[in-house]
Design a binder for this molecule. Structure first.
Ligand SMILES: *[C@@H]1O[C@H](CO)[C@@H](O)[C@H](O)[C@H]1NC(C)=O
Ligand SMILES: *[C@@H]1O[C@H](CO)[C@@H](O)[C@H](O)[C@H]1NC(C)=O
Length: 420
């Protein structure tokens, strides 16, 4: 049966009926590439489904309240919807692979213990997971040979993008729809981020080395990023850090030792380390991979909080101290690792510090182990007050730019392969 028709059947009736459905369409045999992509997508959907299932088992209503939501149900309703979607995706992809005469990848274990420590970190990780999910479907689209599979995959992709927007809102600090374009990542790039959560199975794709941002404290325009990766050599003098957002046609390329987050960025940023200075192209089909030493890793640089997110994410912490302004637009919590990484930020996480029911406080030491154990770190961004942070950014690349504004840093309309 066709993948897409299976989806609609599944949405209406019990999954068991899908395999019993009598209609079979003529279709050509799946190519090796089609099966590879389907199986890879299947593992990612298993990962997403497992992530939300474990999260919803782990956390109670009170944990969501402590995390600062105006009403726990605001978040729980959305997470409960998302887990159904992901489980449905996972089931339908598995059915499709079987229907094509193969079998899905089994034996994968997913360990999220490092990021299921509290709701704030879980929600920030969910945001990374969904963004990587969107990037993965986009980045694998061109690999599919069967047009019907491409269309079917696209029907999933758009739903993942909705999840992404909801999680941007639930973060409290994010822009619901931060960019006009989304990032596409190749399967190897996806695994650099998702791989550390997966064990026990061979997904059939080589992973790029995982890259970890080791900064403690807020990451904002002007912050100088530091990294760790087993793949980074001791001599870093020839290395560059590269930052790519969906709205850029090519990355901002900076010397590794002067990797300063540029002004003008808002939303998800893929960060790479390369062994040359050549900017990476946004277009995943054309992007050179040979010079990528490690990464990408995914960070959210939230510089434009919106009222919708602030509404969802408690306009006021009614109890406890205000030592950190949990709800104001100027101090926002958006991330797993980074938000947990300084005592100041810890105060933001503990939105209801008077509660004794949950340990939401994380020491810097725990935070750095979190950062290294999961690659799902991203950033707390404190919007530059009056653009002050932007002043920190200096052009330090020979012939390069490290200030980004608008969709075309080079002045041309050339985004993601659309050239004008
Ligand atoms: C680094 O650069 C060299 C030569 O420019 C290249 O051959 C090599 O594959 C590059 N990539 C990595 C990941 O080291
Ligand atoms: C917290 O902030 C609110 C509103 O600004 C204020 O009324 C309250 O007194 C503050 N509480 C503490 C403990 O500072």
């Amino acid at each position: 049966m066709y993948f897409a028709s299976s989806i609609s059947i599944l949405a209406l009736v019990a999954p068991a009926l899908v395999s019993a459905a009598p209609m079979r369409h003529m279709r050509r045999q799946a190519s090796a590439a089609d099966l590879l992509v389907l199986k890879f997508a299947g593992v990612l959907e298993q990962l997403e489904s497992q992530f939300y299932s474990q999260a919803l088992l782990q956390f109670q209503e009170v944990d969501f309240t402590i995390a600062g939501f105006s009403d726990a149900q605001v978040a729980i309703e959305q997470f409960s919807t998302i887990v159904i979607d992901e489980t449905t995706h996972s089931t339908i992809i598995e059915e499709e692979i079987i229907d094509l005469g193969s079998s899905s990848i089994s034996g994968c274990s997913f360990d999220f213990s490092s990021v299921l420590t509290d709701v704030t970190i879980m929600a920030a990780t969910a945001r990374v997971v969904e963004n990587v999910g969107v990037a993965a479907y986009l980045g694998a689209a061109h690999l599919l040979d069967d047009a019907s599979l491409l269309t079917a995959a696209a029907t999933i992709l758009t739903v993942e993008a909705r999840h992404q927007t909801i999680l941007n809102i639930l973060s409290g600090s994010g822009t619901a729809i931060p960019n006009a374009f989304d990032l596409a990542l190749s399967p190897s790039e996806v695994l650099a981020i998702a791989g550390p959560f997966i064990s026990g199975c061979d997904v059939g794709v080589a992973a790029n080395p995982t890259l970890t941002v080791t900064n403690t404290g807020s990451i904002t325009p002007g912050t100088s990023l530091m990294f760790s990766s087993h793949a980074i050599p001791s001599d870093t003098s020839k290395l560059s850090c590269q930052m790519l957002t969906g709205d850029m046609s090519f990355s901002v390329s900076l010397p590794y030792s002067q990797c300063v987050v540029p002004s003008g960025i808002n939303g998800p940023v893929a960060i790479y380390v390369t062994n040359d200075t050549q900017p990476l192209l946004a277009n995943v089909v054309e992007r050179a991979t040979v010079n990528v030493v490690a990464g990408p890793t995914m960070a959210f640089i939230d510089t434009q909080p919106q009222t919708l997110g602030q509404l969802a994410h408690s306009g006021s912490s009614s109890s406890g101290s205000n030592t950190s302004s949990v709800s104001s637009a100027s101090t926002t919590v958006s991330s797993a690792a980074a938000s947990a990484s300084s005592s100041t930020d810890t105060a933001s996480i503990a939105a209801a510090p008077t509660s004794s029911t949950s340990t939401t406080t994380i020491s810097p030491a725990q935070a750095s182990s979190l950062i290294s154990s999961a690659s799902a770190q991203n950033a707390v961004a404190t919007p530059g007050v009056g653009g002050a942070a932007a002043a920190v950014v200096q052009d330090s690349t020979p012939g390069g730019q490290n200030s980004y504004s608008g969709p075309s840093p080079d002045g041309h309309t050339n985004v993601n392969g659309f050239t004008n």
